[in-house]
Design a protein around this ligand. Structure first.
Ligand code: ADP
Ligand code: MG
Length: 903
């Protein structure tokens, strides 16, 4: 977290302060909390504490430069050409950087006197949330900057505004304390702007997702003034036709702070944020933080993408498509009509693999239009961005045509096809005529304009290269005149063009008749250098031609940028359409290659899955050469009573957790608009999905396992509705048996009687299965197992009924627990089971367990546990290399005797 820090040594004028240091202090003081990249020639230098921080973070050498108040000034620097890499490292470590450039030509400064310093100014504040460079951005993820406003009265307490500065997309949402944490977790901003007061409230009320703790940027309360924000907003939205007063006071404050922060970071360059869309959370399926983590939607619980749902099913081929895919997966819809129109598009494409294959191949060639466009708008773009825009427009036109030709399109695809076909062809042609293949990244040095595009430019370039030919001719002539065969015309940055002869020949040129032609410039140990009037003239012509060419290219670049920006709206719509088409074709490809089917989605309370599979575990199991066992699940309910509740029992490793999650994932997939891994699925729209796994420790955040379980269970009981889908996996595991059982019991009753949501409830408390008798919509299912030669074989098949036993000892045996421990466990189990039977089968489950502390009354183990085994001992005594065949035979007999004795 960054707060405004006091700048190092005070900027008060010091007699010893050089003008440059004075300038440094002034700039540093104006940008507290930022590492200052201070431009000096070909380096960005850092001084004082900044230098110490940066040298440690980047592993670069810390040096000294001069003294300040009698102390050495620490300094380190990074070369301009490698600055991107260093910036990336610093930002990823949570630092913020102010980039300070020379804003005038050093020659200008010298005119003011030899002591004057070049004017410098901060041109950019680089923070995690305000990045625009491809090198610094995550390619397939959005990079959101968010700002959080808090109001003390009114409908909602908070408003969150967030924008991806690299693409311009902007959203705002009014939030209550209950929904805030979940929204923050869903959006996952790279940087969160807020005031100290708001931060304190978040921390106090546990509303801040732990992952965001390191992304906070504190700003003063004035930044969130909603009145000032309205003006700022009106200005920012001027081109986009948005009305600031349409947003709540809190939303305006959040947007205002967001816009101000972005503007400040880009130092006056107009930032191209789009009119914010108000996110109405009711339109989306609510997925809270804990569920998101437990279902591993975008990230696995071990962190990282691998093992997550996204990793398993995201088959998009463009960066923008990948971003949209993640967004849809993180925020599935809760509106049946909207879901079905997405499904229509996927169905059309999944049924035409030829078309889909072609579209995907063509999409692959479409560059990241949105980000290129933003860089151009921020005056940070280059020829490569222009070329990318041209290529993207051309690709869009081809895609639009292919789609239109395919005909018979559902609404979503029709709209995409129309947008793509309306791409500005003239712009693409202009760009492809103008920009060379493989252009440079930056425009400054020219060299990106295609030959034949601009006659004046070609003329200057021809002059430049012709003159080079003239230089070659001049060299030949001078060799002939002087008879020095080794005479050469060379060029360097200091002298420009010059004539060079080996030292031995230098004297000759200093004498008649040559001294009239050759003007001495430099004597080196091995060579002597001259110029001639003719050469100096030629040089002037070359330099002028080069300068003229660069100037012309500068004008061309500016004009093309203006043409691009004039079509910002159309290009953005194009970028969106390309991303949408990528997602639709990726989902179609997924459906076709993995045998997914279209779910029937409506407003009923159905949840009927036939032969469902787990989208992540299935491919993993397949990779291991096994086949995944598909399972049905029917939790369908009616408006009167609500959904059904399946109580899932079975041994550890039986497949309970897999079964539970696959059904939650199927609901999420269906509502994001994807086909699902099942032979048939009928789902009445789920408004919220909850998934909780008992006994997952959260020690890092100071909450005990059980506490976490209970907090999360409370959230479900308080927030689930009749339309929700609830997955509870072994709740109540984190406390004493009776406590846990009673809580699980009461929770189950509440979900069934009061909430009536569709529920899957896995438990190791077999006692709960008796609830099937009293609660009408509870059904017992169990994971089928088979015993084979004392081992348990998991069939991963869900069948009606309750597990008769838990097979814990068999599982322990598979895990390699020592045999004596297993024997003892079997013994204790038998005793427990006898007691249970003695208490009568009609007794409440609790009564069975009443006198659990029976261990104390039991005899000690019949045999003391042997630490070693006589067979092993005997094996240890022999060395096969040393014994005769006869001894070996005898040894085998001995082994058998020992073994028989042990039986
Ligand atoms: P439980 O929660 O009952 O302890 P899990 O759901 O964790 O069991 O499953 C244990 C392992 O069994 C999984 O890691 C997976 O490899 C395998 N498995 C689970 N369900 C299936 C299935 N339907 N088909 C094939 N293998 C499965
Ligand atoms: Mg489990």
């Amino acid at each position: 977290m960054y707060e405004a820090r006091i700048a190092p040594p005070s900027p008060e004028p010091q007699p010893s302060l050089t003008p440059m240091m004075a300038q440094y202090f002034e700039i540093k003081a104006a940008n507290p909390g930022y590492l200052l990249f201070y431009r000096m020639g070909d380096f960005y230098e850092l001084f004082f504490e900044d230098a110490e921080i940066a040298s440690a973070a980047l592993g670069i050498v810390l040096t000294k430069r001069g003294k300040h108040l009698g102390q050495d000034i620490a300094m380190c620097g990074v070369p301009i050409h490698a600055a991107q890499d260093y910036l990336k490292k610093l930002i990823s470590l949570g630092h913020r950087v102010a980039v300070c450039e020379q804003v005038e030509d050093p020659a200008e400064a010298r005119k003011r006197g030899s002591k004057s310093v070049v004017k410098r100014d901060v041109v950019r504040l680089v923070t995690a949330g305000t990045l625009t460079e491809d090198d610094l951005l995550p390619a397939r993820g959005a990079n959101f900057l968010a700002s959080l406003a808090m109001v003390r009265h009114g409908e909602a307490d908070f408003a969150l505004a967030w924008a991806d500065v690299s693409t311009g997309e902007t959203h705002v949402s009014d939030l209550s304390p209950e929904t805030l944490g979940d929204e923050l977790a869903r959006i996952g901003p790279a940087e969160l702007v807020l005031t100290e007061t708001t931060r304190a409230v978040l921390v106090e009320r546990h509303l801040l997702p732990p992952a965001l703790a390191s992304t906070l940027s504190l700003v003063p309360a004035e930044s969130f003034d909603s009145e000032a924000a309205t003006g700022l907003l009106r200005e920012a939205l001027a081109g986009e036709g948005g009305d600031p007063t349409a947003f709540s006071r809190a939303a305006r404050a959040a947007l205002g702070a967001l816009f101000a922060y972005v503007r400040e970071s880009q130092k006056g360059v107009a930032v191209a944020l789009r009119a914010p869309t108000s996110e109405n959370t009711g339109r989306l399926m609510a997925i809270d933080q804990a569920t998101r983590a437990s279902l591993e939607l975008l990230e696995s619980q071990r962190g990282g993408e691998k093992g997550s749902l996204r990793h398993a099913i995201d088959l998009t081929v463009t960066a923008a498509g990948g971003r949209l895919f993640a967004q849809r997966l993180a925020a599935p819809l809760a509106d049946a009509a909207a879901i079905n129109s997405r499904l229509d598009a996927v169905e059309r494409l999944a049924g035409d693999t030829m078309l889909t294959g072609r579209l995907r191949a063509e999409l692959k060639a479409a560059p990241d239009l949105a980000r290129a466009l933003t860089r151009i708008a921020l005056e940070r773009g280059g020829p490569r961005d222009l070329a990318a825009i041209g290529t993207a427009v051309t690709a869009a036109l081809a895609l639009g045509q292919r789609l239109t030709e395919a005909g018979d399109l559902p609404q979503d695809l029709k709209e995409i096809a129309a947008t793509l076909s309306g791409a500005p062809q003239s712009l693409a042609s202009e760009l492809s005529l103008a920009i060379d293949d493989d252009p440079p990244l930056i425009a400054r040095d020219g060299g990106f304009t295609r030959k034949g595009y601009d006659a004046d430019l070609d003329a200057e370039r021809a002059l430049g290269s012709e003159t080079r030919g003239v230089v070659a001719a001049l060299q030949a002539r001078l060799i002939a005149e002087t008879d020095v065969k080794s005479l050469k015309i060379k060029h360097n940055g200091v002298l420009g063009y010059f004539v060079e002869v080996p030292a031995g020949h230098g004297g000759k040129l200093l004498e008649e008749p040559h001294r009239a032609t050759f003007i001495h410039r430099q004597t080196l140990a091995s060579a002597m250098r001259f110029t001639t009037t003719e050469l100096a003239e030629l040089e002037g012509r070359i330099a002028r031609a080069h300068e003229a060419a660069i100037e012309i290219e500068g004008r061309i670049f500016a004009r093309l940028c203006a043409e691009v920006l004039a079509r910002t709206g159309a290009l953005r719509a194009l970028a969106d359409a390309l991303a949408e088409l990528d997602v639709a074709t990726a989902l179609a490809h997924l459906a076709a290659t993995r045998g997914y089917t279209r779910p029937q989605v409506d407003t009923s309370l159905a949840f009927d899955i036939e032969a469902g599979r787990h989208p992540v575990v299935e491919p993993m199991v397949a990779e291991a050469g096994q086949s995944f066992v598909a399972n049905d699940c029917d939790l369908s309910g009616d408006e009167a009573g609500g959904g059904a509740l399946w109580l899932v029992t079975g041994p550890n490793m039986g497949g309970k957790s897999t079964f539970l999650r696959q059904n939650a994932l199927i609901a999420i997939l269906a509502q994001m608009g994807s086909f699902v891994p099942a032979t048939r699925a009928h789902i009445g729209v789920v408004d919220r999905v909850f998934s909780r796994v008992g006994a997952s420790d959260d020690i890092a955040h100071g909450r005990s396992t059980f506490m976490v379980e209970m907090v999360e269970t409370a959230a479900i009981l308080n927030r689930a509705t009749r339309r929700s889908l609830v997955i509870l996996d072994e709740i109540g595991r984190g406390t004493a048996t009776f406590d846990g059982l009673s809580i699980a019991w009461a929770t189950l009753e509440c979900l069934h009687e009061t909430t009536g949501c569709r529920t899957l409830f896995a438990t190791h408390f077999h006692e709960l299965t008796s609830l099937q008798k009293t609660l009408s919509r509870v059904a017992n299912v169990t994971m089928k197992v088979r015993e084979w030669e004392g081992d348990v074989v998991f069939l991963h098949e869900v069948v009606r009924g309750a597990a008769d036993r838990s097979y814990g000892i068999q599982v322990a045996r598979l895990a390699g627990l020592p045999e004596p421990v297993l024997n003892r466990a079997r013994h204790v189990l038998t005793l427990l089971e006898q007691r249970a039977a003695g208490a009568g089968s009609s007794a409440m489950p609790g009564a069975v367990l009443d006198d659990l502390p029976l261990f104390a009354h039991q005899p000690p183990p019949e045999k003391a546990m042997p630490r070693t085994d006589p067979v092993h001992d005997l094996l240890d005594t022999i060395r096969p290399d040393d014994i005769t065949p006869k001894d070996a035979i005898e040894f085998l007999y001995e082994l058998k005797t020992i073994r028989d004795a042990a039986r």
